[in-house]
Ligand binder design. Structure first.
Ligand SMILES: O=C(O)C1=C[C@@H](OP(=O)(O)O)[C@@H](O)[C@H](O)C1
Ligand SMILES: C=C(OP(=O)(O)O)C(=O)O
Length: 450
């Protein structure tokens, strides 16, 4: 089938059904969460860290720029390896200019913890999407270090931080399940004398804990009686340069995976995907829906579990996803919603309040994505209810992506299986997390014209 772009804008795209099934073996880019952390921790360590498989998406490149502005020496070799010469904990230099974190909540939140706990003055900003997102969730706990914050509009970027060279160690119970807030508090604890403690009511991704240990910090994790976790970090560790291998990002694999489940006849293997149990809620959910998804050659690489995902086209049934699964698949809901729209029956995805504060209000934008393409969808409290079409998504609508990469990729998957072409207003933000997305999908047979 033909695919044409709907407007003069180079990042708008019209997507139709592909001529054939999706087949082949591919690898997705490196994990975004692990990539941000690798650059930050390497910048705090003494010596040279080499990073293999770093995600070269816009979000992570912003973190690299910020760590350079704070004194680390960071370079990329022609073979794709990154080298970081750290400046040492407590030795970050005052940045000469505003730090622009682009579209990245992770970069802005994690960096706040470092900026608050060093005796430097800094100002952080971001793009229009990031400037709408809440920063009070990190400012409130971090104020306990003795740092001062001045932000716009009740806690939005731009944000000025006067950090302290002698931060007090924090003890904090997370009011929301957020790995970003947990990490901001732990990172502030690195330069504090004494033990920093964070309690999370529901476990969230633990890449900070794992990687801090890898760089030499002493971190302990205890299960709480309520099913949460208590994390303790001993302050002022000797962080030493350690090589890092970044696994493929399960949150990026999600788009390939759902496309392969839905496009008839597909058979795709995605190699070297990160399988940290706090990231794999989508895989569990798709299997519950009847998705044919096998994990092959499970192994450990760079301290994280990885494996190859083998996925074959499947006919999916509706699902009821419990709220406590949300942290393990928080970025995957828009594309899960596309799978639920294609499935048979009514799905309920529970406990999604956090989606309102992502790159877009993902509850509202996911409803619009489906409704504009003929799929009955509604919000009930913090739950998303999707009336599956039994494989007959009408399509024919325009999707507004609101500077949100995950919305753009979810819309592209919808277009591959809808009856009429789907128009996407702007696909440019896909580069924040998944550079090369269209080329990779086209190598499987997707036929995108981008
Ligand atoms: O810590 C991280 O690397 C991330 C945590 C999540 O955000 P929250 O912690 O705000 O839920 C997730 O949405 C984001 O893409 C990456
Ligand atoms: C929410 C996301 O990222 P961030 O918070 O880092 O902008 C995401 O990648 O879906």
């Amino acid at each position: 089938m033909t695919m044409t772009k709907p407007s003069a804008s180079s990042s708008a795209l019209r997507v139709s059904r592909p001529a054939s099934s999706l087949t082949g073996r591919i690898a997705v880019p490196g994990d975004k969460s692990i990539s941000h952390r690798a650059l930050m921790f390497a910048a705090l360590a003494r010596g040279e860290t080499r990073i293999v498989g770093l995600l070269e998406g816009e979000d992570v490149l912003r973190t690299a720029d910020a760590m350079r502005a704070l004194g680390a020496k960071i370079s990329r070799e022609d073979d794709g390896r990154w080298h970081v010469h750290g400046c040492g904990l407590g030795a970050l230099r005052e940045p000469a200019d505003v730090l622009d974190m682009g579209n990245s909540g992770t970069a802005a939140r994690l960096l706040s913890g470092l900026l608050a706990s060093h005796g430097i003055m800094s100002v952080m900003t971001g793009d229009a999407s990031l400037r709408r997102r809440p920063m009070k969730r990190v400012m409130d706990p971090l104020a306990g270090t003795g740092a001062t914050f001045l932000a716009r509009d009740g806690g939005r970027l731009p944000l000025a931080i006067q950090g302290t060279a002698q931060p007090a160690p924090l003890s904090y119970r997370l009011p929301v399940a957020s790995a970003q807030v947990k990490s901001a508090v732990l990172l502030a604890g690195l330069n504090a004398a004494g033990v920093t403690q964070v309690e999370e009511p529901v476990p969230t991704r633990d890449h900070t804990e794992n990687m801090l240990r890898h760089f030499g910090a002493h971190v302990t994790v205890e299960e709480t009686p309520e099913g949460g976790r208590l994390i303790r970090l001993e302050g002022q560790p000797r962080l030493v340069a350690r090589d890092v291998t970044v696994p493929g990002d399960p949150s990026s694999a999600a788009f390939v995976l759902v496309a392969a489940l839905l496009v008839p006849g597909s058979d795709v293997t995605i190699t070297n995907v990160g399988l940290n149990l706090l990231r794999t809620g989508l895989f569990t959910t798709l299997r519950e829906m009847g998705g044919r998804l096998d994990i092959l050659d499970e192994r450990t690489e760079g301290g994280e579990p990885v494996g190859d995902l083998h996925v074959r086209a499947s006919s999916l049934q509706a699902v009821d996803v419990p709220a406590d699964r949300a942290p393990s698949m928080i970025d995957e809901y828009p594309v899960l919603a596309v799978a639920a729209a294609h499935a048979t029956g009514i799905s309920r995805l529970r406990g999604l309040a956090e989606l309102r504060v992502k790159e877009s209000d993902r509850l509202a934008s996911t409803v619009a994505l489906l409704e504009n393409n003929g799929v009955r969808t509604r919000i009930d409290g913090d739950d998303l209810i999707i009336h599956g079409t039994g494989g007959h998504i009408p399509g024919g609508g325009l999707v507004e992506t609101h500077m949100d990469h995950r919305l753009a990729m979810s819309a592209s998957v919808l277009g591959l299986v809808a009856e009429k072409p789907v128009d996407i207003d702007d696909t440019a933000f896909i580069d924040t997390s998944f550079p090369g997305y269209f080329a990779l999908m086209n190598s499987l047979g997707a036929g995108f014209s981008a």
